[in-house]
Write a protein that binds this ligand. Structure first.
Ligand code: GLU
Length: 335
């Protein structure tokens, strides 16, 4: 996909993001620039997602000082879907620790679709990474809680702390997906057959389906991303949600596998960890600086928001967020 950034100069940024008025100005431009794009299609494999307004488009930057910068439909609610995987993974890492999560869930790419069954078979039942459905189901299964209710409470409360408000399930989305998620049930049962899930796999799928149906908006995603950018402290509520080490680990996983099969191209163009979901949400994290939340439901062939990617690419360049960009060191200070 052409991310349409040829005319946008690559700034190199260190330290904080630029002050408010400059971000607000760039946000307007990034939104206008991406709004011209009408490529892609709204997801329909979960039938109710097809009802989304294809023109909806919200863009929000939350900086680590708690400042929120918004443009467009930032208060339009949609289901978080796969983006939840990133935050449940961070919560599990907090509970389980670096080594154990690395061993049990893994961090390597499958090179196959997010809902691949073949990937599980090829890897002796190992779920491979937490951003594919096998890894996400294994992650949810390992969350603390003896009963289904306790498991769900741990997931929902944790994601709510990232957002800084109590997130609610979109019951229509939940019901629709619960009636059609045969493939996820098959994946969970396959993982159980390999001894990779120790709870009732159908309970795990049910909690995972609810987690994917949590309602968020672009502003929530920006705040959730800013919490990962801020060493695990939500910059709006001031609450510590996870440790700084957990943020570092979660962001490394997102950099490697956050945008489905386009993760390499995304990193190449945007140079930041991110995670997309099939309802059209996209969260991007500039470590130490800000979170970017986008919502625009038309998706590319891999399932990533088209306008969300283009607007984020614009902001990454214009704000100097790409973690791989540098300028030569000038001895003695600035030229
Ligand atoms: N709930 C969706 C599924 O498991 C999430 C897919 C996605 O956003 O990638 O199929």
């Amino acid at each position: 996909m052409d991310l349409d950034v040829d005319g946008v100069g690559q700034a190199v940024g260190t330290g904080a993001v630029p002050a408010g008025p400059r971000i607000d100005d760039l946000l307007v431009r990034a939104h206008e620039h991406a709004a011209r794009h009408r490529e892609g299609a709204v997801a329909d494999y979960i039938p109710i997602l097809a009802d989304a307004d294809p023109e909806a488009f919200g863009l929000c930057v939350a900086d680590v000082e708690g400042g929120l910068h918004e443009r467009g439909d930032t208060r339009t609610a949609f289901s978080i879907q796969s983006i939840s995987k990133a935050f449940v993974y961070a919560l599990l890492s907090e509970a389980f620790g670096h080594e154990r999560v690395l061993e049990v869930v893994g961090v390597n790419n499958t090179g196959l679709a997010f809902d691949s069954v073949v990937a599980i078979e090829l890897n002796d039942g190992h779920p491979m990474n937490p951003m594919v459905n096998a890894g996400a189901l294994a992650t949810t299964a390992l969350m603390p809680g003896d009963t289904a209710q306790e498991l769900w409470d741990a997931v929902r409360d944790g994601l709510s702390r990232f957002a800084g408000r109590a997130l609610e399930v979109d019951h229509e989305v939940y019901r629709c997906e619960a009636a059609t998620n045969h493939r996820n049930r098959a994946i969970a049962q396959l993982l159980e057959s390999y001894g990779r899930i120790e709870r009732d796999p159908l309970v795990v799928v049910d909690v995972y389906t609810r987690q994917c149906a949590l309602r968020v908006d672009a502003r929530d995603l920006a705040v959730m991303g800013a919490t990962l950018a801020d060493g695990g402290v939500n910059p709006v509520t001031g609450e510590r949600v996870v440790s700084a080490d957990v943020c570092r680990d979660a962001l490394a996983v997102l950099a490697a596998s956050g945008l489905y099969e386009r993760s390499g191209e995304w990193l190449f163009e945007i140079g930041l960890p991110g995670k997309s979901g099939v309802a059209g949400g996209l969260v991007t994290v500039a470590p130490g600086k800000a979170g970017i939340g986008a919502y625009a439901p038309r998706l590319d062939a891999a399932g990533n928001s088209v306008r969300g990617q283009i607007a984020t690419a614009y902001l990454s360049r214009a704000l100097g967020l790409n973690v791989f960009a540098s300028d030569p060191h000038v001895p003695g200070g600035k030229p």
